[in-house]
Design a protein around this ligand. Structure first.
Ligand code: BTN
Length: 340
């Protein structure tokens, strides 16, 4: 009921009478009062005025936790089961524990901070509290393991679309007439704004004993929302949403990313490939029609990126006009003049 109360108070933006809340949720006045007390403890600024009712104050916007996330959920089934931690080692690790214990398809694990955030290639993902979004989605897809890497691209697309819809929505206090940079994807799954990385995605897979199908997979996503200072090695390569767009609500962002993912995931399952998502992905691909250097361990080469295949490989046109399909995981791609 707590998240439903918050949803209602937020939608109204004005006083809602105790009587209306009782009728809406079919509970007593004491139950409403108790819920309000708990919400205040969670950090919500709620005003109670005799004969007018309850008002959710604007300065509650910074609250981040289970109630806030639940109250903003737009997806149907993804995130219906939610685990929230103020602090944990890694949401990927927690999601895997929950998966082993039988947590359902679509479970989402969120943390305000991580003490052992994991990045790709064994790197760490610095995860301070109160600033960024760290979450992991647990899926149990009925697909063969060779298709799993495509889901990282599905998440990249969802993050790009989720960021864009969050920052495009009218927000209080932001009145910009200057053009702001758009969100793009650096193949395969880095989210890039203004030529710098705003998000990383780490997918981990558990195969069933028969090895020819997936038991579960976890897709961990870290988005730089408000972080102001980055580790030295990332300076100049990393960016936060706040730097570009002003303050962004983390729960709203998560809701938009999960809603976008749910829609795209259904398309992916239907086609068992990225066929239906390819046009949207290619539109956001910052490498498209740009020179890239393919860092193939067997020998580096240059070409022009042209988009992705239905299975997620990057199509690279070589100077002699021939075309190569580049597989993520085996090689990485750099812009000739920098990161993108
Ligand atoms: C990368 O190196 O680009 C991937 C970083 C992925 C970080 C996220 S934060 C949430 C989830 N939990 C983790 O421990 N890692 C991922």
């Amino acid at each position: 009921m707590k998240s439903d109360i918050i949803t209602l108070l937020r939608q109204r933006g004005t006083y809602v009478s105790g009587q209306e809340l009782c009728e809406q949720f079919g509970v007593s006045r004491t139950a409403v009062w108790k819920a309000m007390e708990q919400l205040k403890k969670d950090g919500y600024q709620i005003e109670a005025v005799k004969n007018r009712g309850y008002l959710l104050r604007e300065d509650s916007r910074g609250v981040f936790g289970r109630t806030e996330i639940e109250s903003r959920r737009k997806s149907q089934w993804i995130g219906q089961t939610l685990a929230f931690y103020d602090q944990t080692d890694s949401t990927n690790v927690q999601a895997k524990h929950l998966a082993e214990e039988g947590a359902p398809d679509g479970t989402v694990v969120v943390a305000d901070s991580q003490s052992a955030g994991r990045g790709r290639r064994g790197r760490t993902w610095t995860s301070p509290p109160g600033t960024n979004l760290y979450f992991t989605l647990l899926l149990r897809p009925k697909i063969t393991p060779d298709k799993a890497s495509m889901l990282t691209l599905v998440m990249a697309l969802a993050v790009a679309q989720g960021i864009q819809s969050t920052v495009d929505a009218p927000r209080t206090g932001i009145q910009s007439t200057v053009e702001v940079p758009q969100v793009g994807i650096k193949w395969p799954n880095d989210i890039v704004i203004d030529g710098r990385k705003a998000c990383g995605i780490l997918t981990e897979l558990s195969l069933s004993v028969e090895q020819d199908c997936i038991d579960y997979l976890v897709i961990g996503t870290g988005i730089n929302v408000a972080r102001q200072s980055f580790p030295e090695e990332l300076q100049g390569h990393a960016v936060s949403l706040e730097e570009i767009y002003g303050a962004v609500n983390r729960s709203e962002l998560l809701a938009n990313v999960l809603a976008a993912f749910e829609e795209s995931y259904e398309q992916f399952l239907k086609a068992q490939s990225l066929e239906n998502l390819r046009p949207a992905y290619d539109m956001l691909l910052v490498n498209r029609d740009r020179s890239v250097r393919v860092l193939d361990p067997k020998g580096e080469y240059d070409g022009t990126a042209r988009g992705i295949q239905n299975t997620g490989e990057l199509i690279v046109e070589l100077p002699d006009g021939s075309v190569k399909n580049v597989y993520a995981g085996e090689v990485s791609v750099r812009g000739i003049y920098g990161y993108v």
